[in-house]
Write a protein that binds this ligand. Structure first.
Ligand code: AKG
Ligand code: FE2
Length: 294
């Protein structure tokens, strides 16, 4: 048979095994890995968050919060592309998380790949950091923020995520090709270490390709997070020197993706999977009747 068809079938099988294999690695890591910085596995404390991020959170959860007020508390990187930036973690927390990730990388534990494009990094779910760190970050902080910034992209209906750390280093991955994310919305936080190069670049929106224009370059700043729509075409320039570790959280809203898969732009044909899978659900998420709250 045609080689491409065999390759396609193998890729379908590989994808069908991903969830189970990831759960097996998570179980093994939970039973036999010894963390270097056990405190990063404690449930997320406000002390780990940058003061600017806490101020944004306080604003977005206050009565009467609106987009205009929020924009005074964030950096607008591009109004047209709807890209924003805000400090997320304190320097000591970035440091502790990096030490832990480095220690895990050097361990002989099995490691899943972050996504189909990055070869180095860690899936936070497998390390056991989803529950204490990423879920509270999504539910308590990102959901109210994204609800104001991107109400039309499911920002107020986030119900799952895929979180991973990507690592760029000499002799390993050094850059990332242009792509869109399997996510409605994305938060990308630079954790360190020290590096040059590696800027993000942003092109048009993939469902609505614009005329060819120069991409927008966005330098990573350690501790700060960049917020963008998953469908905003982007990539990362080659690393110059040092090592770059970034936490990427792909935020998903089943209310949006159940109707329109962000990868193929069609209504999805679902296959059962472990955990959150790719963030689709068979049942519609419960909707809140806002009038009933008043
Ligand atoms: O390298 C980066 O900072 C971007 C990573 C990214 O775009 C992704 O993993 O989706
Ligand atoms: Fe991406």
């Amino acid at each position: 048979r045609w080689a491409w068809l065999v390759e396609l079938e193998q890729e379908v099988e590989r994808r069908q095994r991903l969830g189970q294999e990831s759960a097996a690695r998570k179980a093994l890591i939970a039973s036999s890995y010894h963390p270097a910085r056990p405190e990063v596995y404690n449930s997320l404390q406000d002390a780990a968050l940058a003061p600017e991020f806490l101020a944004v959170a306080q604003y977005t959860t206050s009565p009467g919060a609106d987009l205009q007020g929020l924009l005074q508390r964030l950096e607008t990187v591009s109004e047209e592309k709807r890209i924003y930036r805000v400090p997320v973690f304190t320097a000591p927390f970035c440091q502790a998380l990096l030490e832990e990730l480095d220690h895990f990388e050097q361990s002989d534990m099995p490691k899943g790949r972050p996504n189909t494009m990055n070869n180095y990094g860690v899936l936070l779910y497998e390390l056991g950091l989803d529950k204490p760190l990423v879920t509270p970050l999504r539910e308590r902080f990102l959901q109210p923020l994204m609800a104001l910034l991107y109400p039309d992209c499911g920002g107020g209906q986030l119900d799952s995520h895929r979180a991973f750390v990507v690592k760029y280093a000499p002799g390993q991955d050094r850059e990332l090709g242009c792509h869109y994310d399997n996510a409605e919305l994305t938060l990308n936080v630079a954790l360190g270490k020290a590096f040059t190069g590696g800027a993000l670049y942003f092109g048009g929106f993939f469902q609505a390709p614009a005329a060819q224009t120069e991409p927008l370059e966005v330098e990573h700043v350690v501790g700060q997070g960049v917020l963008h729509r998953g469908g905003q075409l982007h990539g990362a320039r080659p690393l110059g020197t040092g090592e770059r570790w970034n936490l990427v959280i792909w935020l998903r809203a089943s209310a949006v993706r159940n109707r329109l898969c962000p990868m193929c732009c069609r209504e999805p044909d679902l296959v059962d999977d472990e955990g959150f899978g790719d963030g689709f659900t068979r049942e519609e998420p419960a909707t809140v009747d806002v009038c009933a709250l008043t």
